[in-house]
Design a protein around this ligand. Structure first.
Ligand code: PLP
Length: 481
């Protein structure tokens, strides 16, 4: 007699190809409608803001509601910020090229692990093609290499671990260290550099923050003095990080000057180009990263300026062999030798063991829209920021913090002489977000609060900037009246 199964798992039609087909078609229709609506002139809401408590209560109740999943997705859409709306001018996250979503569907279904060749047959090769392409765009030599990894934060940590392995006098990976190691970076760098240094056990003293000039770029003239001070304090500096660009103000450090210093002092030179590294591909603006080809490693996020969904990042290495030094891990179930330097077992060089087929999204954009798409997008977004800055400057009610270098513009409403500008800036932004038409963020620079726009959506045009400034003026006037 066949025993009756008490497990009804098999009855659930999890793997139904027909259901997937049907739902997939409906989903594509829904997302295509979203795209068309978000980009249209009639689009209204960019952010449907409600309090976190209200949001949580909604989803707690929703969890027990039986309904077609497509209805649930519609609610997710209604309750999410819309990056494709040209009035989204907020954080540095891409309005993605829709083709990446198609690629995402494929990589999710295939679920190839990519860390080893057999689990990422096509993906490991595609990664190499893209890394070679990026290195050539940057101007790295033929022996360059690199990896794909999950985000700029992890990429910077990976590169700094490589730096320590290559430049520190002791092998910390195998022996640990009592040595006081340190790295140098601008005080305006993204916090993930500080975090990486602390994860690496460098402590307070191990992250030497170099002051910035009035455009928030590293004061490279101070480097010899800061290095001498570090040495006098018993520190061994092994790396210096250049920002291309900083997060708050979009400022580009002088990479040529840093390269010169790093070469003279035998330091690893890493560029945090998570946001602005891609501008190396633009003939018009590549002067901002002059000298980038002299770095030892570069972090570049595709999910910021390269139209790609998060998280997709590369660490590029001027010498591919360095990337194999970061981690030395035995994993007999994955690869036979931890010493060999084959490009196709990418997990040897990344934090990830199982890794998403993230490269497919980047590959899809370049194949579908052309190999100059990233250059054009970066350039266009930089142009747009200059346009916004000009429009701000034309109005006496606003003050620009600095002339934008990248696509990041900081400014504030100053229509009236008042000593509580920070509070007014806060109130203006809060009201803007609650109204929901536009999304911009804020930033504190030198103790002063500014409204902050990152122009991320290539569809954001002059009419949207004008409407934003009109809107801000209206809110500002009402607050001050
Ligand atoms: C300059 C810079 N570096 C690193 C990061 C961190 O990147 P991710 O968010 O991909 O971890 C950011 C994020 O905004 C950044 O602006």
């Amino acid at each position: 007699m066949v025993e009756k199964s008490t497990n009804d798992f098999e009855k659930i039609n999890i793997f139904s190809a027909d259901e997937f087909r049907d739902m997939g078609h409906q989903m594509v229709d829904m997302l295509a409608d979203y795209l068309a609506q978000a980009q249209s002139d009639t689009a209204q809401e960019t952010i449907p803001f409600i309090s976190p408590a209200e949001q949580l209560a909604y989803w707690q109740a929703d969890f027990d509601i039986q309904e077609p999943l497509l209805d649930t997705y519609r609610h997710v859409l209604d309750r999410s910020i819309k990056l494709h709306n040209p009035r989204y001018i907020g954080h540095q996250v891409a309005a993605v090229a829709p083709v990446t979503s198609i690629a995402g569907m494929m990589s999710d279904i295939l679920n190839n692990g990519v860390g080893v060749y057999e689990m990422g047959l096509a993906a490991n090769a595609i990664e190499k093609v893209l890394i070679d392409f990026m290195n050539q765009q940057i101007g790295y030599p033929a022996e360059a290499g690199g990896i794909f990894t999950s985000g700029g934060t992890l990429a910077n940590l990976t590169a700094l671990l490589t730096a320590r392995k290559v430049k520190a006098p002791t092998n910390v990976w195998t022996e640990g260290s009592n040595e006081k190691l340190a790295l140098m970076v601008s005080e305006a760098a993204h916090y993930c550099i500080d975090r990486a240094a602390r994860i690496m056990g460098l402590g307070d003293q191990g992250i030497i923050k170099i002051p910035t000039d009035n455009q928030y770029r590293m004061r490279t003239d101070l480097l010899p003095e800061y290095l001498a001070k570090a040495k006098a304090n018993g520190l061994t500096v092994f790396a210096i990080v250049g920002c291309s660009c900083t997060t708050s103000t979009g400022s580009f450090d002088d990479l040529s000057a840093i390269a010169e210093f790093a070469s003279k002092e035998n330091l690893w030179f890493h560029v945090d180009g998570a946001h602005g590294g891609g501008i190396a591909m633009s003939d018009k603006y590549k002067h901002y990263v002059a000298g980038i080809e002299r770095s030892d490693s570069i972090t570049i996020d595709y999910h910021k300026m390269m139209l790609t969904p998060s998280l997709v990042t590369s660490v590029l290495y001027r010498n591919a062999l360095d990337s194999f030094k970061t981690f030395a891990q035995k994993a007999e179930y994955l690869w036979e030798s931890s010493d060999s330097t084959e490009w196709y077992n990418s997990g040897k060089r990344t934090f990830e063991c199982t890794k998403n087929m993230m490269c497919l999204k980047v590959y899809s954009i370049l194949k579908a829209h052309g190999k100059n798409t990233f250059a054009k997008n970066n350039e266009h977004l930089f142009d747009s920021a200059r346009l916004l800055a000009r429009l701000i400057n034309e109005r006496t009610s606003f003050e620009l913090l600095i002339k934008p270098q990248a696509n990041i513009v900081n400014f504030r409403y100053i229509a009236k002489e008042t000593d509580n500008l920070n509070d007014i800036t806060d109130r203006i932004r809060t009201q803007l977000i609650e109204e929901g038409l536009f999304y911009i963020v804020s930033v504190v620079v030198d103790g002063q609060k500014y409204l902050r726009c990152s122009v991320m959506n290539p569809l954001t045009e002059e009419k949207h900037f004008v409407a934003l400034l009109d809107h801000l003026e209206r809110i500002g006037k009402a607050i001050l009246s």
